[in-house]
Design a protein around this ligand. Structure first.
Ligand code: NAP
Ligand code: HSE
Length: 431
């Protein structure tokens, strides 16, 4: 039986997991495909680096040509990350009619639709289960299991690093930097962890999900994106006091005329499923018109969980190649440009935290500015200060449902008044 020959582009956290899984389950995988799976060459940058012990170091090369120019390779697995040179390598693999498996959500968010078109035109597959949700099979669920339904919304915790950091800060009192270092050590973070904590990785994943769920081709840079750097321990405390926890969410809705996509931290009611997804776990809640709600949850980052998704794609692609139906899976993905809803037009409830000086009339000024903008206050808590002596105090307000445009108008008015001692914190409440 001729083996399926794999060219591995990158062998870091995920690539190492792929090598381990292919070795650990070799017999079972060979039976399932009808041929052994063999990693024949591995592109990396540094030949001296320590790698997983399962890797045959003789396969390592720093020469892209040695891998991409090898006509005997059946499948390329791209787990390098970044757009360049990964994009050129993936395009070359497709152009030479080899299928590609990738976990690179940044590449997919920037060029996914074009790469899918290219794969379709060449009759090969482009598989990317590992790009969203680590080991959670959300890509397959959207592409196959729910292909018959109309997805109206999705809402998820899709960045393991952010969820890990928020969880460690909230439950164990860790500082932000320490929690990020832990996530890096565990292999959850991107090579540049700023992509995680500033929300860009989640935005990339949301663009991939929007392509599958809503058939939307969206520019990643246009998705309103906020990270978790600005969340302070005091926000976790206040959130808890009101019955919420803070989660970093990716949210998408099909609004008919367009799609609403946004990535930001949000207050989630404590007794909901998403609120109880902690640490590196991810969860994606999908709402189908016919199906109703469904929730997928599991380990969203790390070597082996992600390798489970990547190797499952390798199996699919290898079977398709052996059986002469390569390219069919990619053909099912249809996308078109869809306009993005502005955040101004989103309706919701808001958590607003102001640091002010405790003086008579301060509260009236805040309430007045909000009232003038048509924003109604539902609850309020003040912490610190004492006796209206001008000391700094924290005031947290929860609003009734309102348009984001109106909240922003009120905050702008407050910012130019003398009342707020620092930039107010706005967090959305996700119902
Ligand atoms: P990583 O640990 O930084 O590994 C990247 C690998 O690619 C390394 O082996 C590196 O070589 C190699 N590489 C990078 N640029 C290269 C270049 N220009 N030429 C040759 N080799 C190059 O990254 P990772 O965490 O495995 O992530 C890989 C991809 O999977 C990314 O797209 C990431 O977003 C995605 N992903 C990661 C996870 C996760 O939990 N980590 C989960 C899902 C998806 P050296 O080893 O020599 O430096
Ligand atoms: N850095 C990513 C995360 C890896 O933390 O979720 C998984 O895509």
């Amino acid at each position: 039986m001729n083996p399926i020959r794999i060219g591995l582009l990158g062998c870091g956290t995920v690539g190492g997991g792929v090598v381990q899984l292919l070795r650990a389950n070799a017999d079972y995988l060979a039976q399932s495909v009808g041929a052994p799976l063999e990693v024949v060459s591995v592109l990396i940058r540094d030949t001296e680096k320590e790698r997983v012990p399962d890797l045959d170091r003789a396969r390592l090369t720093t020469d892209p040509e040695a891998v991409l120019g090898d006509p005997s390779i059946d499948v390329f697995v791209e787990v390098m990350g970044g757009v360049n040179p990964a994009r050129g390598y993936v395009e070359r693999a497709i152009d030479t009619r080899r299928s590609v498996v990738t976990a690179n959500k940044m590449l997919l968010a920037m060029h996914g639709a074009a790469l899918v078109e290219r794969a379709v035109s060449k009759g090969v597959d482009l598989a990317f289960e590992g790009s969203v949700g680590g080991g959670i099979p959300v890509v397959r669920v959207l592409r196959e299991a729910l292909a018959s339904d109309w997805i109206v919304s999705l809402e998820g915790i899709v960045n393991g690093t952010c969820n890990y950091v928020l969880t460690r800060m909230r439950t164990d009192g860790l500082g932000f930097d320490e929690a990020v270092r832990e996530a890096q050590a565990k292999g959850y973070a991107e090579a540049d962890p700023g992509l995680d904590v500033d929300g860009h990785d989640a935005a990339h994943k949301l663009v991939v999900l929007a392509m599958l769920a809503f058939g939307a081709r969206v520019e990643a840079g246009r998705v309103p994106t906020e990270g978790i750097r600005a969340i302070e321990p005091i926000d976790h405390r206040f959130a808890e006091r009101f019955g919420f926890v803070i989660k970093h969410l990716a949210i998408g809705r099909d609004r008919g005329e367009g799609v609403e996509l946004r990535v930001h931290p949000a207050l989630v009611r404590r007794d909901t499923q998403l609120a109880n997804v902690n640490g590196v776990l991810n969860a994606i809640a999908l709402e189908g018109r016919a199906l109703g709600p469904t929730l997928l949850s599991g380990r969203g980052a790390g070597d082996l969980p992600t390798a489970v998704s990547v190797v499952a794609d390798v199996l699919d692609v290898a079977r398709a190649r052996r059986n002469g139906f390569a390219g069919l899976a990619t053909r099912g993905i249809q996308v078109k440009e869809r306009p993005l809803t502005s955040l101004d037009d989103v309706r919701g409830r808001y958590y607003l935290r102001f640091q002010v000086h405790d003086r008579p009339g301060v509260l009236a000024q805040l309430a007045g500015a909000l009232g003038d903008a048509g924003v109604s206050i539902e609850q309020m808590v003040q912490e610190g200060g004492g006796g209206g002596t001008g000391q700094p105090v924290q005031i947290v307000l929860l609003t009734h449902e309102t348009l984001e445009r109106d909240v922003r108008r009120a905050l702008e008015a407050i910012a130019v008044s003398s009342v707020a001692a620092s930039v107010p914190r706005l967090l959305r409440i996700q119902e």
